[in-house]
Design a protein around this ligand. Structure first.
Ligand code: SF4
Ligand code: SF4
Length: 73
């Protein structure tokens, strides 16, 4: 049974580089259609319920915009 995770993305800090979206093995993240106040289109946990708390998105984010919480199995 896969672990359950919770992912939070700071959409104002995010510059929309999409590295986290590519790094997510379960495709929980997508690019938001609405820009933030800097004009970037941030990553969004559109399918948050899929998150397995692997931490990949947290590790690849160059701007430390992502927090991942492990909610257990
Ligand atoms: S922690 Fe892993 S599964 Fe969850 S959103 Fe990030 S990359 Fe995807
Ligand atoms: S890796 Fe970080 S900066 Fe890049 S899209 Fe994801 S949250 Fe935004």
């Amino acid at each position: 049974m896969a672990r359950k995770g919770k992912v939070e993305i700071d959409r104002e800090l995010c510059k929309g580089c999409l590295l986290c979206i590519r790094a997510c093995p379960v495709k929980a993240l997508e690019q938001d259609a609405e820009s933030n106040s800097s004009g970037s289109y941030p990553s969004k946990a559109v399918y948050a319920e899929k998150c397995i708390a692997c931490g990949n998105c947290f590790e690849v984010c160059p701007d430390v915009c992502i927090q991942v919480y492990d909610l257990g199995a």
